[in-house]
Design a protein around this ligand. Sequence first.
Ligand SMILES: CC(C)[C@H](C(=O)O)[C@@H](O)C(=O)O
Ligand code: SF4
Length: 486
Amino acid sequence: MTNSRTLFAKLWDAHVIASLGMGEDLVAIDRVFLHERTGSVALRSLAASGRCVTDPRRIFAVTDHIVDTLPGRTGTLVPGGAAFLEATREETRKAGIHLFDVEDPDQGIVHVISPELAIVLPGATLVCPDSHSCSQGALGALAWGIGSTEAEHAMATGTLRVRRPGTMRVTFSGRLGPGVTAKDMALALIATHGASGGKGHAIEFAGEAVAALDLEGRLTLCNMAAEFGAMTAFVAPDEVIFDYLKGRRYAPRGPAWDAALTAWRLLATDPGATFDREIVMDAHAVAPMMSWGVSPQDSVPIDASIPTPPYTGSSARALDYMALRPGQQLLGTPIDAAFIGSCTNSRLADLRRVAAIVRGRHVANGITAIIVPGSSAVRRAAEAEGIDRIFMDAGFDWRMSGCSLCFYAGGDGFAPGARVISSTNRNFEGRQGPGVRTHIASPETVAASAIAGAIADPRDWPPLPAPGDGKADDRAHAFTAGAEAR
Ligand SMILES: CC(C)[C@H](C(=O)O)[C@@H](O)C(=O)O
Ligand code: SF4
């Protein structure tokens, strides 16, 4: 008998108020984050039921999903969308909940601004009525997506009734190769084990390649756990996370910070602790990945060809929808548009890597290329570094922050039938507009493809040496040495 515990057990047990039997626990919820699409529904329904928010200081809201992202935006282009915005404004005001609204300098995609503002903290529980809430586990939190009704319950009681998930450790051993990123790690995992491979589990990502990821890379990896069917995912927090959080708006300060740090440093799986399931992936064997079908599991290394039959289920219809042939090479397939954004890949580190590739180059003729920063803070930081100019000079549209064309809600969208290469997390039918054919990949792959005008391998597009710029060699070296390596 061992007393070794997994990090999951430590996080979970610290929040269990009561065991409710049948595998369910009553769990204390430290933070609730809402967005206008589903949060407005929860707030309205809570108010209508005559219940109230017990502790508004633990609840935050943002407008991100349906806000327009065109420069000079005033509201939303989504038909009927204004009602969601109005409900969010009205109900958060009445309940005393802090709202990061469109004009707020801290506005952005919920899973991007939560870490930026240190609303999510190591060891905390955070819920949000959004399936990609698991992204935030990158900071060592237990963060998961819930429904609107559960959000009401969490706001009214500070608790939730939750089935205790199984534990799974996914270890990426070794180091990533050149031009390979956290997005490729996630797609390789999902392609190997299927879109339901993580079902019913809380995943701890571990191993050398995970520890070597920067904060942004860890957020990307945990974000994609939603596409792996997992309840949530996290990475044991380390100094990378603590350094990032220090001094941020809602981070503890003074003696509270020191006490937090002492507690956070214990947030790791003990040696000898066992998991319900273990998966080991060889990081060195991961290549830049690209999806070919209509599920993230329909993904292959970018230089591979589309698998040949037999197909089953969604994969069988996928090729029709995607207008591709079995055995076809993905490389060189002409594209119509490129999109860089979303809670998966729209942070400053993502944009810097994109800038390194597009600098001195231009988007191919006839290609629509759009970059949407994940938050207003990312947008400002990118502009302060001048990388917005690099994007615009290269022919990319540079937008205001929000979910934007990550998902089609009836407003902005790509043309029907367009083949879009996208740094987002979902390639479902119609995800980016009716009939739109989405290929998901890393931001580097999207950038290289936008320039090539066809699906391209980012390893074939190293940064160009800039005349008179002594840093060019360093940039090229950083790229070939593994873009996300610290
Ligand atoms: C609108 C929202 C509920 C949805 C989600 O939960 O994931 C969206 O963010 C998405 O990515 O599809
Ligand atoms: S960016 Fe896309 S995946 Fe992320 S929360 Fe918004 S709509 Fe969902």
